[in-house]
Every structure is written in C-alpha cells, then in structure tokens.
Design a protein around this ligand. Structure first.
Ligand SMILES: Nc1ncnc2c1ncn2[C@@H]1O[C@H](COP(=O)(O)OP(=O)(O)OP(=O)(O)O)[C@@H](O)[C@H]1O
Ligand SMILES: [Mg+2]
Length: 288
C-alpha cells in the first residue's frame, strides 16, 4: 500500500450526502454526551470479521470492541493481520482489489460497510497515521490546514496552532510555519502527520506502528502524545513493541498467525496474566 493514498482519498470527494449525514448523526450523538459517560462505550465493533486477499485468509472471525477514549493496542507477529484490521476500520481495504470482507464492522452502531455509507465521509471521522511519516511537500501550515480545506472548512491560524499544540510540535515550529514540512526531522514529521490528522477533529485515530521508524527520544515524545490524545480521541495503535503497548494502552488485543484474535483484555492482564498459553509464549518472546 503506497504512502500517498491518504491524500488521494481525501481528495476524491468532499460532497455531503446521505451516508455522510448518517455517520455524522451518530458522531454528534456520541460527542454530545458527557466525557465520563462516554468512556467505556464501544465505538467500533467487529463481529465475525473475515478478510481474504484472493484465496488467502488474513483475518478470521474477529470479534473485537474498541472503547471510547481508550488506547487499544494491537499486537502480534508479522503477517497476522494487524494492518488489515486497521485498514478495515477506515475502509482503506476497499482500495485493494483482491480484498474481500465478510462479517460486520460497526462504527457507533452503524454498519460501516452498509450500502449507503460513503467511505470518504467515514474517513473524516477516522483519521490514520502511518509507519513512515508522510507529510505532503507543502509548508507546515498547509499540511495542517490540508484536511480542513479539502472538507471546505474554514482555516484559521488559531485552528492550525491548536492542532500543532495538541500534537506537541508548536514550540518547535511556530517560527517556521511557512517553510517546507520536508525540512523537519522524522520525529517532527510524524508529529506533524498527527497534527494533520487531528486538525479535522476525527473521532477515532488509527496508528499503524507510528513510532517504529523513529529514534528512542522521538518515540518517547510520540508515546506521551498518544497518552494525551486518549483524553480526546479513541486511539487504536498497532505496534511490534511490547513495552510500548504496555506503557501506552488501556487494552491490548493479540492477533496470531492465521488472522485470529486470540485474546483481548486490559493491558495489565494481557502482560501479567494472560489466559491463552499462546499469548504468554508470544509476549515472553518464545515465538514471533
Ligand atoms: N494488499 C495485499 N494483497 C494481498 N495480500 C495482502 C495484502 N496486504 C496484506 N496481505 C496479506 O495479508 C496477511 C496480513 O497482512 P497484514 O499486513 O495485515 O499483517 P501485519 O500483521 O500488519 O504484519 P506486519 O507486522 O508485518 O506489518 C499477510 O499474509 C499479507 O501477506
Ligand atoms: Mg502491518
């Protein structure tokens, strides 16, 4: 999957339609509730989710609830379907010709794959950050403003500054907002990508190994940021780094080879007292 796809998706359309309002209705209802009540509600529900690429099964009957304002970590060996699962949640697998998806995936109670759902409208509520920082070859300011402009929304200096502050980047870039984003370090670029994703105020933030290309200091900044973001967003993060999953997540889902979700529980339980022997073997490094 190419790193440029998010841009293509955002650009594909910005029209409101019936399915957009269907999604919007649910989001408005959820964000209108008191934050303390909202926490604990499920935002995304996977039921019997199967994904095939051609004849090859990548996810097998996955049942998983993702809860409001929690960080859910998805861990498991390479090829077990972690990225596939994330890509189902913002319908990026629609772009993979050989992919077929069965079962149910609901976003705030609405069938994400229902006939009337427009994936572009859905993606406005479900932002994504990739393994390799992929800023556009534009200024820092224009990167942050990009999604708002595409959606036809007003861009103000305050909104851009606020997104950069929430992404813990403002102090480092406020005197160079109109210089190229490509001049930033990798860690700064990744925080810029997070600022770009949160500037449009999504409901859910998907992160596929967002720190794996970064050095330990940049990684630690991203981890702190993810913990901060969880007070406002529902975060789903794929990581190969078990310590990272243990440090930043509330719940952990363990996928194993064959695309099976083997166990999901509070992160402390998964790391200290898992039920499934295969999970214990995986997290103690016996395989994977
Ligand atoms: N676009 C694609 N076309 C065909 N097969 C694919 C495609 N993307 C993934 N797969 C296959 O689906 C399975 C799951 O892949 P996926 O990328 O979801 O794994 P992953 O857990 O994210 O792995 P990693 O930790 O290496 O990123 C693998 O067998 C992979 O080869
Ligand atoms: Mg992956």
């Amino acid at each position: 999957m190419s790193e440029s796809e998010p841009e293509e998706q955002i650009e594909s359309t910005n029209e409101q339609n019936e399915s957009a309002s269907l999604i919007d209705m649910h989001v408005t209802t959820a964000t209108g509730t008191d934050a303390s009540q909202a926490r604990g509600q499920s935002v995304v529900e996977a039921r019997d989710l199967d994904v095939h690429y051609g004849d090859e099964q990548a996810l097998k009957s996955v049942q998983l609830d993702i809860y409001e304002q929690e960080v859910t970590a998805i861990i498991g060996p390479s090829g077990c379907g972690k990225s596939t699962f994330l890509r189902c949640i913002n319908r990026m697998n629609d772009l993979v010709e050989s992919a077929s998806i069965d079962g149910k995936l609901r976003f705030r109670g609405t069938d994400m794959y229902g006939d009337k759902i427009d994936p572009v409208a859905l993606r406005r509520h479900i932002g994504m950050v990739f393994q390799h920082p992929n800023p556009f070859p534009k200024s820092i300011y224009d990167n942050v403003a990009y999604g708002l402009r595409v959606q036809g929304r007003t861009v103000t200096d305050e909104i851009v500054a606020d997104a950069l502050k929430r992404a813990a980047l403002w102090d480092e870039v406020n005197d160079q907002l109109h210089t190229s984003a490509l001049n930033l370090s990798g860690g700064q670029q990744q925080r810029l990508c997070i600022a770009r994703a949160i500037a449009v105020d999504p409901d859910v933030l998907l992160m596929d190994e967002p720190a794996s290309a970064l050095d330990p200091i940049a990684t630690s900044k991203i981890e702190d940021l993810i913990k901060e973001l969880a007070s406002e967003y529902t975060v789903i993060i794929v990581t190969h780094n078990m310590q990272q999953a243990a440090r930043i997540s509330d719940r952990t889902a363990v996928f194993l080879t064959g695309g099976e979700l083997v166990e999901v529980d509070d992160t402390a339980t998964i790391f200290n007292d898992p039920n499934d022997q295969r999970v214990e073997d995986y997290i103690t490094g016996k395989f994977g």
